[in-house]
Design a binder for this molecule. Structure first.
Ligand SMILES: [Zn+2]
Length: 107
């Protein structure tokens, strides 16, 4: 295996004045922050470098976060969200959006 430590940029979706999806008082921004910090701990325990867009309840626009991710030199950017529906248990599963675009690095 190559002697290289991958760097992962983790974005906890939403934050601050932007609660994201809200249902019964549960706010997406809180869930994404808790999940992001937990995922980051696991990744760090496996030896990955982890950079966080936020580690507290603050707002930055998605564009700011993307710019920070690109400027960080990270190998991958992951933005974590938790969608919701007005009807309990209407949806389940995982949605993944993947792009190869990175203006700051060679492909
Ligand atoms: Zn979201």
């Amino acid at each position: 295996m190559a002697d290289y430590t991958y760097t992962i940029f983790l974005d906890a979706g939403h934050g601050g004045s932007d609660p994201g999806a809200v249902y019964n008082g549960r706010r997406e921004k809180d869930d994404t922050l808790n999940l992001t910090l937990a995922v980051g701990d696991i990744l760090e325990s496996y030896g990955f470098n982890v950079i966080y867009a936020r580690t507290e309840d603050i707002y930055e626009s998605p564009y700011q976060k993307a710019a920070e991710g690109n400027a960080s030199g990270a190998d991958i950017f992951i933005s974590i969200h938790r969608n919701s529906s007005p009807y309990p248990n209407q949806y389940s599963g995982v949605e993944s959006l993947v792009t190869k675009y990175n203006a700051g690095k060679a492909q």
